[in-house]
Design a protein around this ligand. Structure first.
Ligand code: GLV
Ligand code: GLV
Length: 324
């Protein structure tokens, strides 16, 4: 009998087609845009050889126990892997696929859009325009901060950080700086970015983009210690994971104009409750985790996740395998 796979969400058609046409697996899918309820998920994974999941599903010890010893492959349709208990997966010899690279352009594009929306106060401006605030043209009304001659800091320099910098360069950025646990010489050379300490990054950045993975080491690193060292004109942008930010500290920094603004595509929790204090701030632009949301990219991610899963089940190298 064919290996059993559970697909935890209605994923874009390209991936589903690949699984179906392979003739290699028996597929069951939670055919909905809403996350599968946890208890249903725990039931459905029982006896599965493979799981194709999205980032709302925690693949933890409880789930792995529920799945049982047949499970060989977990393939996530995401570049982020903080929802996966890597230690537990490794312990069990379960291979993990993910979807880096294919979403880099799309995420970088959205990051630039969010950065400009925040620095040039676009959401505030459209709100004013349509609600009667546009009394006349005023000299300092809705003024923001420009990229020209600025210093852009990148916290965690990987493929996405490089792609963001490449897009920002034509806006006449003066200097790119970055910090990371180690120097990323090859990537840094592509964008002529200078390696600086965490504190220097905080002190020198006019725009600070968070591009690191969420790990125990990066959890909450964007906290008061960071915000209190930043420039008053600084714009903070996060398109990685909400968990890297201490939101109470960010709220304090924004509401006291310690920094000029923040653009967040990711929050804790997701969705962020509509009555959350961050939503009350004019200088905070919040998006509902859409950085990789283009039709092309989501389909490509879905296809890659499917191909990772199939390769893993065949015992072959995956197109994109996470090294555990
Ligand atoms: C999106 O956040 C992803 O990890 O792909
Ligand atoms: C702005 O529209 C200007 O003419 O300066």
């Amino acid at each position: 009998t064919l290996p059993k796979v559970y697909v935890t969400r209605k994923v874009p058609p390209d991936g589903v087609d690949i699984l179906r046409k392979s003739g290699q697996v028996q597929i069951e899918m939670w055919d909905s845009d809403e996350p599968v309820p946890r208890l249903e998920l725990l039931k459905k994974v029982k006896g599965c050889d493979g799981i194709l999941c999205v980032l709302t599903e925690k693949i933890d010890i409880q789930l792995l126990e529920a799945a049982g010893p047949n499970l060989k492959v977990v393939s996530t349709m995401s570049v982020g892997f903080d929802h996966l208990s890597l230690d537990e997966l490794k312990k069990r010899g379960i291979r993990v696929g993910y979807t880096p690279d294919v979403l880099t352009d799309c995420v970088a594009e959205l990051t630039v859009a969010l950065l400009l929306a925040t620095s040039r106060r676009l959401t505030e401006a459209t709100h004013e325009a349509k609600t009667g605030g546009w009394g006349t043209w005023r000299t300092l009304w809705l003024c923001g901060h420009e990229l020209a001659n600025s210093t852009v800091g990148i916290l965690g320099l990987g493929r996405i950080g490089v792609a963001i910098a490449e897009r920002l360069k034509p806006f006449k950025v003066k200097k790119f700086i970055y910090t990371d646990v180690a120097q990323r010489v090859e990537l840094a050379n592509m964008i002529e970015a200078e390696y600086v300490s965490f504190d220097e990054l905080a002190e020198q950045s006019d725009f600070l983009a968070v591009c690191c993975a969420l790990t125990p080491e990066t959890h909450g690193i964007c906290n008061w210690n960071l915000f209190s060292k930043m420039k008053r004109n600084a714009i903070f942008i996060n398109t990685s994971r909400g968990g890297v930010v201490n939101q109470e500290d960010l709220y304090k920094a924004l509401s006291t104009d310690l920094i000029a603004g923040a653009g967040l595509d990711v929050t804790t929790p997701e969705p962020l409750p509509t009555n959350h204090p961050l939503f009350s701030l004019k200088n905070c632009v919040i998006l509902p985790h859409i950085a990789s949301a283009s039709y092309t990219t989501r389909n490509t991610m879905s296809a890659l996740a499917a191909n990772n899963l199939l390769a893993g089940l065949r015992g072959e190298p995956m197109p994109k395998e996470l090294k555990l």
